[in-house]
Design a protein around this ligand. Structure first.
Ligand code: AHR
Length: 493
């Protein structure tokens, strides 16, 4: 059984550029996100380059990760950068009080992060400590990274092995300052933001864009206060939104879930549309010229911890359901490409909606990784309006459009179209009319599987992976047969 869906794409009405940073990632000192996931150390038996896992680095390079945010998250407001420089065996061992109360050896610090970003070809987004740090500590961190003078801090960086400054394109001032970053009121943080941001100074050609810690979910008051008080002092403003099928206290399992949980999860994921629209409307009020970008610098699924694992490590399985959360969310960001200029999925390796899972020497790519990889042609592309007439997929109290579509002209001039069918039982027969382009054929790849919670494991790492896909042509329309629960990306010839 298939539902009829009609789509009109306006190839002759180009919209905003899809910033490649919408495909950004987030890597926090949390569980095995950094240690074991990215960093194993030079003496490890796991093949590595200067301490970074070769398998993970190769997979991330293939993904063309544009930007990585580090060191947190909540960890950022407990992090003191001076503890993570100099000889590794001399660095203090701290307690990661926010995540599992485990030892934080500080072996992965400023040099290790910025070298890692260079190694995978990504830009660095460093999050500074407002909650338990000072403007001076923050300003000196920026100087240590960016100064090309003979200042004592620049010389210390050289002594520690880095002659030239690193590029520092993005710097975050605080994280979740309404919560783990200090439990502040927006009025208080707006002032504090301006104070801290004032002292971030760097050479003219290496001055980072400053990102203000922003709202949680639908806290529009936070956005109202921050933008009205501090818009002039920020380059970007952040938003955090996580998707879970249940409630915060009881989020639901990452595998073995029901169709209700499937529907609830996807329904919650598309709430991103409303959140981005409403926060953007407030930003439009105070920043009509769109000088301040909206960065959704934490998003993704968050489920209950897996039984038997440290609940503070936020390790969860990643299934076909997560792949659809990713494609639906990326489609939303494409539609808001005029305001949303960066997103950082939480998180890169072994934490929450990860791209990659590792277990000692083993590694597997997740279904979410495959969506990010299939969507690479959208990085830097020009979005095109797509009007979709789709029936609704409903299950119990949840409902959302059955088919989501994204269209864009890629950097090579090719038309790229992504389709997601969220219905796990029903296919969709899509007729796509493309105004302003001649359609000869379209081909690409599909990601689907038979089970709702289909996943890749260390023993079966390729259970869910993209397969070739062809669309047919009828008259001047493209015909795309979407199986139930599938994501398709095609390039139009
Ligand atoms: O990504 C996990 C945590 O979620 C981050 O540390 C924090 O910013 C958010 O609450």
């Amino acid at each position: 059984e298939s539902a009829a869906v009609s789509v009109t794409i306006q190839a002759d009405k180009p919209g905003a550029k899809i910033d490649r940073n919408l495909y950004g990632q987030f890597a926090e000192h949390l569980g095995h996100g950094i240690y074991e996931g990215i960093w194993v150390g030079e003496d490890s038996s796991i093949p590595n380059t200067r301490g970074y896992r070769n398998d993970v680095v190769a997979a991330l390079k293939k993904l063309k990760v544009p930007v990585v945010r580090w060191p947190g998250g909540c960890f950022a407001d407990e992090y003191h950068w001076r503890e993570g420089i100099g000889p590794r065996d001399k660095r203090p061992v701290k307690v990661n009080t926010h995540w599992g109360a485990v030892e934080e050896p500080n072996t992965f610090g400023t040099h290790e992060f910025l070298d890692f970003a260079e190694l995978i070809g990504a830009d660095a987004y460093v999050s500074g400590n407002v909650g338990s740090g000072s403007p001076q500590e923050m300003a000196e961190w920026v100087e240590y990274i960016t100064s090309d003078t003979k200042s004592t801090l620049a010389e210390l960086r050289r002594k520690n092995g880095r002659e030239k400054p690193w590029k520092l394109p993005y710097f975050g001032v605080g994280n979740e300052t309404w919560g783990c970053g200090g439990n502040m009121r927006p009025e208080y943080f707006a002032d504090l933001y301006k104070q801290f941001a004032t002292f971030i100074k760097a050479p003219r050609d290496n001055t980072p864009l400053k990102i203000a810690s922003g709202a949680n979910v639908a806290d529009y008051h936070w956005t109202e206060v921050m933008l009205s008080q501090a818009a002039k002092h920020m380059d970007a403003y952040s938003l955090h939104y996580y998707t879970f099928p249940g409630r915060w206290e009881n989020k639901g399992a990452s595998t073995g879930f029901t169709e209700d949980a499937w529907a609830s999860t996807l329904n919650h994921a598309v709430r991103m549309e409303e959140l981005v629209t409403k926060h953007s409307a407030i930003m439009d009020k105070y920043d009509p010229d769109k000088k301040v970008a909206l960065y959704v610098d934490e998003w993704g699924t968050w489920y209950d911890p897996e039984p038997g694992r440290n609940p503070g490590f936020l390790y969860q399985q990643n299934t076909l359901r997560d792949a659809l959360v990713a494609s639906l969310t990326l489609d939303i960001f494409h539609r808001h490409a005029d305001r949303v200029k960066m997103s950082n999925i939480a998180q890169m390796v072994n934490v929450l909606q990860a791209m990659i899972l590792t277990d000692k020497e083993k590694m597997t790519l997740t279904p979410t990784y495959h969506v990010f990889e299939m969507y690479i042609p959208f990085q830097g592309a020009t979005s095109l309006p797509a009007e979709v007439q789709s029936p609704t997929y409903s299950r119990g109290e949840w409902s959302l459009p059955q088919v989501s579509v994204s269209a864009a002209r890629d950097v090579n001039g090719k038309l790229q179209i992504a389709f997601t069918n969220v219905d796990p039982n029903k296919g969709a027969s899509v007729s796509a009319k493309i105004n302003g382009a001649n359609v000869k054929s379209a081909s690409g790849r599909i990601l689907t599987a038979s089970a709702l919670d289909a996943r890749n494991t260390f023993d079966k790492p390729e259970a869910v992976k993209p397969a070739p896909f062809k669309a047919s042509k009828k008259g001047n329309e493209l015909r795309v047969e979407l199986p139930p629960k599938s994501v398709v990306v095609v390039a139009v010839e």
